[in-house]
Structures are given as C-alpha cells and as structure tokens.
Write a protein that binds this ligand. Structure first.
Ligand code: HEM
Length: 203
C-alpha cells in the first residue's frame, strides 16, 4: 500500500509540470486553429485582442489562486507551478499587446505611443504589462540571489498591483459600453483571493 502511494506521489511530481504546461498552451492552440479556420467571427482581429486579454486575466486569477489552494487543500506540489503559471500570464499579456500593436496599430511604435498616451485604459493595461515584465525578468533563481530574498519578495508583491490595474483596464474598456457583468465577476474573484491573504496575515 505504502509503495503504491509513493509511486502515485512520484508520478504526480514528474507529471504535474508538463501536464500544466501543455494545458496552458491550449488557449493559444485554439486561437491559432480558430484564426486559420475562419472561426473568429466577423472581426477576427478584435476577437484575437479580446480573447488574449481574457486569457491573461484568467491566468492571473489562476496564479493568485495557487497559494490558497495549496494551503487549504494541503497540496504542496502546487508551489512548483507558481513560476510557470506566472510566466504564462506574461506570455498571454505580451500576445495580447502584440495583437493590439499589430492589428490596431500596424506595429508602428510612434502610433502606439500616441494611442497609449491618448486612451487611459490602454495606459493602465500597458502599466500592468510593464510590471509583469519586471516580474518575468526576475523570476529566475539567479535574480532571487542577486536581489536578496527580502527585496525579491517585495518586488513580486506587485502582482497585486497588476491584478488591480487589470481590473481597472477591463472596467474602463467595458464602462464605455455599459457592460460590466464580467468585470464584476473578475473583480469579485480577485478581491476574494487578495482578501484571503489579508485574512491570513491578520489571523
Ligand atoms: C496584465 C495586462 C493586461 C490584461 C490582464 C488585459 C486584459 C484585457 C481584457 C480582459 C480585455 C477585454 C476583453 C473582452 O472584452 O473580452 C482587454 C481589452 C483590451 N486590451 Fe488589454 N490587458 C492587458 C494589457 C494590455 C496592454 C499592454 C495593451 C496594449 C498596449 C492592451 C490593450 C487592450 C485593448 C486595445 C483592448 C480592447 C480591445 C477592443 O476594444 O476590442 N491590454 N484587455
């Protein structure tokens, strides 16, 4: 019985990262498939910008859910996924920004800079992306040693600012269309995930 349990444990340790890696690539695979098979509706460029933005926000919720899940479900293996899921958030955010830059702005840096300055919701999204860039660049073991554990943890707390900026970005975009139901859903999920952390600190 004990050997069986340890075999399951070993299997889980080996398989968990590759399984999640493949799973997190599925949204990208679907978007590529849909784009090449004309499944993105009347405005494929807009659909790609929006879908990549949605996946960035979903994975941001997922990365912030890993610690509460690990602790409440006593599932220590989840700690090994944090860096990978975080890098996927950055990957989808970059894809989202590139879709916008390419389809809406023809990859013209000056037009993009002007647009970012002109439309506050894009400035907010861009600020979130800059923070994610800093987190991605310092996500390696060497960066932890270079910054020191204390500074590294302080810097990586800015993921909470990313969550706030992401909701504000989404809110600002949808407020113009008076369509806030989805924004409210993500705001509640993120508030619960951050609230759980505050509750643990206070306790
Ligand atoms: C953490 C970073 C970001 C997150 C989480 C995010 C998330 C989102 C979400 C959820 C949407 C709405 C999708 C929908 O309506 O279903 C959206 C829209 C949009 N985002 Fe972002 N975004 C981020 C960064 C950026 C950046 C860096 C840019 C550009 C520089 C950008 C440009 C846009 C644009 C132009 C739209 C509107 C598309 C439209 O009107 O159809 N976003 N974003």
């Amino acid at each position: 019985m004990a050997t069986q349990a340890s075999a399951v444990w070993r299997w889980q340790r080996l398989a968990i990262k590759p399984l999640w890696f493949v799973t997190l690539l599925l949204p990208l695979a679907w978007l590529v498939y849909a784009a090449f098979n004309d499944l993105l509706g009347a405005n494929p460029a807009q659909a790609l910008v929006r879908a990549s933005g949605d996946w960035t926000l979903r994975l941001l919720c997922l990365v912030l859910a890993l610690t509460p899940l690990r602790i409440t479900a006593a599932w220590p293996e989840l700690a090994r996924l944090r860096r990978m899921v975080g890098l996927f958030v950055f990957f989808y955010a970059t894809l989202h920004a590139l879709c916008y830059g390419w389809f809406d702005m023809g990859l013209e840096p000056t037009d993009m800079a002007k647009d970012i300055g002109k439309r506050p919701f894009i400035l907010v999204g861009f600020s979130a992306w800059l923070l994610l860039l800093a987190l991605a660049l310092t996500s390696w073991d060497r960066a932890v040693r270079w910054l020191g554990g204390h500074n590294w943890r302080r810097l990586h707390r800015s993921v909470y600012a990313v969550a706030g900026l992401a909701v504000l970005h989404f809110f600002w975009m949808r407020a113009a269309k008076n369509d806030l139901a989805e924004v409210a859903l993500y705001a509640v999920i993120l508030a619960l995930l951050l609230g759980w952390r505050v509750w643990r600190v206070l306790r």
